[in-house]
Write a protein that binds this ligand. Structure first.
Ligand code: DC
Length: 335
């Protein structure tokens, strides 16, 4: 007897999704293990507690697994656990090394048997990138790398040192003397400048504008990009920025480009800043965002641009949940 494990995730709790996901998972397990249907003695499924609409065992029966015993159970709701996940355990009459199969979001469960993957989310300020990237990383239990925070930290260092952010030589000299580190505590990114946690102080409008200016410099970009590639090369992660799909990771497994109208983006930023206690001048913020758009899109190296193979999503009239659902659906279609 051999036991083969497998797991997959669905984008939405619907009978259609469950049927399709279970069929795909079982077919992949069959093909990777060269299984014949009559070698399968029993299949036990467990699904996370957010799945209510259909029994995975019933989906397996519908997919043609009629002569084995089937059972599905619900898992406890564990904080931080993978969402909308179906796990399977197949007992088979065979004595070969099992090939376990982890698909879609469930790939993160078994990094040893599943492939690493990266998701690139690019777009202008206020398009919803960071909100979506954080949620996606949380749902898939992978890392979120906020690349903008790195440029912001450089900008903060330059502002503190009182140097001209548009002067590449000065910024570059400064960069050589500072230590910029990205660390994760409880899965949350913290940006450290010479050991000081600057995650909050890099969010001011002044730093935003300066970040856009320092990010124009080739030497600054190359240093940041090297760090970003190093992190993304080691583990599955969602990266958000301006040039992830075009320059940092042109081979990213999934690429999205988020946009929204200038008014909507300014309104989102204004709400975000107000919630953090900043006094907001809406018209000034709109001008700042327009200026940053212009600066980020027209710079010579790795400008803000949609990659040819990125999925474009206009989030102007979409809720966060809608954007997240759309991204997950697109990812599932591609896998
Ligand atoms: O995403 P953000 O607003 O935190 O980014 C701050 C600035 O950094 C942005 O105006 C442009 C720059 N940036 C960049 O050039 N490339 C990235 N990958 C991320 C940010």
């Amino acid at each position: 007897m051999t036991v083969i494990r497998g797991a997959t995730t669905i984008a939405e709790d619907t009978p259609e999704e469950i049927r399709a996901a279970v069929r795909e998972l079982l077919e992949q397990i069959e093909s990777r293990n060269s299984l014949k249907r009559d070698e399968v003695v029993s299949i036990v499924f467990s699904s996370t507690s957010d799945i209510h609409s259909f029994y995975p065992a019933k989906a397996a029966r519908e997919a043609g697994f009629e002569s084995c015993s089937l059972f599905s159970a619900q898992e406890p709701d564990i904080d931080g656990g993978l969402k909308l996940c179906i796990r399977a355990m197949l007992f088979v009459e065979k004595n070969e090394t099992p090939h376990h199969v982890y698909l879609r979001g469930a790939r993160v469960l078994r990094k040893d048997v599943a492939q690493k993957f990266n998701v690139a989310i690019d777009g202008p300020a206020g398009s919803g990138k960071s909100t979506i990237a954080k949620l996606l990383a949380h749902d898939y239990n992978i890392l979120y790398l906020d690349t903008g925070a790195m440029y912001r930290a450089c900008a903060l260092a330059a502002l503190r040192a009182g140097i001209d952010v548009s002067d590449e030589a000065q910024v570059c000299a400064l960069m050589r003397g500072i230590a910029l580190d990205i660390v994760y505590r409880d899965g949350v990114q913290h940006t450290l400048l010479d050991g000081e946690d600057v995650s909050e102080s890099i969010r001011s409008p002044e730093v935003s504008m300066a970040a856009s200016a320092v990010s124009k410099h080739v030497s600054v970009r190359m240093k940041m990009v090297e760090k970003q590639r190093e992190i993304a090369g080691k583990m599955s992660c969602v990266l958000d920025g301006r040039d992830i799909g075009t320059f940092v990771l042109p081979d990213a497994d999934f690429k999205f480009f988020l946009t929204a109208s200038a008014d909507v983006r300014a309104k989102r930023r204004a709400d975000e800043m107000a919630a953090k206690g900043y006094r907001v001048d809406f018209e000034a913020l709109k001008r700042e965002i327009a200026a940053r758009d212009e600066q980020d899109s027209t710079r010579e190296i790795a400008p803000l641009k949609q990659a040819d193979d990125a999925v474009l999503i206009d989030t102007s009239d979409m809720t966060i949940e809608e954007v997240l659902r759309t991204i997950k659906q697109k990812m599932q279609e591609k896998i």
